[in-house]
Design a binder for this molecule. Structure first.
Ligand SMILES: [Zn+2]
Length: 158
């Protein structure tokens, strides 16, 4: 899927399509189903959009990690977003969490499923039965959320 960066073109943000609109705005922002983009940055839409998506992604994911870490009663190190192609999340041996910045495009519940997965790795470092018990304790609908990513992977582009 190749983007043209033209007015009215749709971009996924938190699971919804937003129409790109150019105008006299100070900064990129989302309102309802629109993605407003400053006219003065129009010569580099792709670059600016990616920077903005990365920032939004980190902000959103940090909040969700905080929320679920509290619910799961676990501790973690830092949270960062990374630019990987196919990997959605990772948890290092010292519990630093890394997430694919593209997660800001998927529905909120799907993003949460990746957060829960990586937080469960702070307790269990493998994918043993005990790991899945920890995941499903906090998110019974986990499998359906992950299936969404597999089916829509190709649409997650800006
Ligand atoms: Zn895993």
């Amino acid at each position: 899927m190749i983007k043209k960066y033209i007015e009215g073109e749709e971009f996924l943000f938190l699971g919804e399509q937003r129409k790109l609109m150019f105008g006299n705005y100070k900064s990129i922002h989302i309102l309802n189903n629109f993605l407003f983009f400053p006219q003065f940055l129009k010569f580099r839409v792709q670059k600016e959009l990616k920077v903005w998506y990365l920032q939004q992604s980190l902000q959103h994911i940090k909040k969700r990690v905080e929320y679920y870490a509290y619910r799961m009663n676990v501790n973690y190190g830092s949270v960062s977003v990374v630019d990987t192609k196919s990997r959605w999340g990772a948890c290092t041996h010292d519990n630093r969490l890394q997430f694919n910045w593209r997660l800001i495009m998927v529905p909120p519940a799907v993003l949460d499923s990746v957060v829960v997965h990586e937080l469960a790795h702070t307790m269990v470092k493998n994918h043993s039965q005990n790991f899945w018990i920890q995941v499903r304790k906090v998110m019974p609908g986990y499998s359906a959320h992950r299936a969404w990513i597999n089916h829509h992977q190709d649409e997650l582009v800006i």
